[in-house]
Design a protein around this ligand. Sequence first.
Ligand code: SAH
Length: 221
Amino acid sequence: MSRPDPRGIGMTSQRTRDRLVDRLRRRGIADERVLAVLRATPRHLFVDEALASRAYEDSALPIGHGQTISQPYVVARMTEALLAGGTPRRVLEVGTGSGYQTAVLAQLVERVWSVERIEPLLRRARERLAALGLHNVALRHSDGSWGWEAHAPFDAILVTAAPAVVPEALLAQLADGGCMVIPVGESGRQQLLRLVRDGDGIRRTVLDAVTFVPLVQGRPG
Ligand code: SAH
């Protein structure tokens, strides 16, 4: 691995991915299933070629349309929190974006439904997921704050854009005992929440202070 690498392919090599996973572990990610999936998932395929050499840095990167692919630490943290009470079978994701978090989930649960409001992002994500052979995913162009009623209830819901308050429709589509991980709050002061449905009640835990793009209501025309 110490040979010169004029085309920069080493930047996306297994060793580079291992370094990222070591970093996530040091930052407190302990679920080995999550770490193994992050190690195996080629994040460089989820960003523009010009950014591929930065794909295994622990940072968010632009994906166009004013959106970002989430930071690997945040993807790991949210996924770990979603799996903490037992592995969910049926998962709804709101905010497909690049499809990276979708790909991570699809390798850990039975089936993923993911909703994105920006059509060109959804189309690219669809191509990437198909290219990776991840067929247990259904994607939809829509405002995800309404969830995906036809497939509810979900064992888990993961939201990757921040609303000011948790959308009622998402709470309504969470199965009893189900878990939702969602960033909530105005930009610059959001909290990552873990919500668990307990009959008619909701148990709430604050996980982290986070920075997400806003959850935008409505579908662009
Ligand atoms: N998990 C994605 C994160 C993308 S950023 C990734 O790692 O690539 C959040 C995404 O949420 C953006 O693509 C944005 O367009 C989308 N989004 C924002 N509001 C939405 C809404 N109401 N419904 C569906 N998607 C939404």
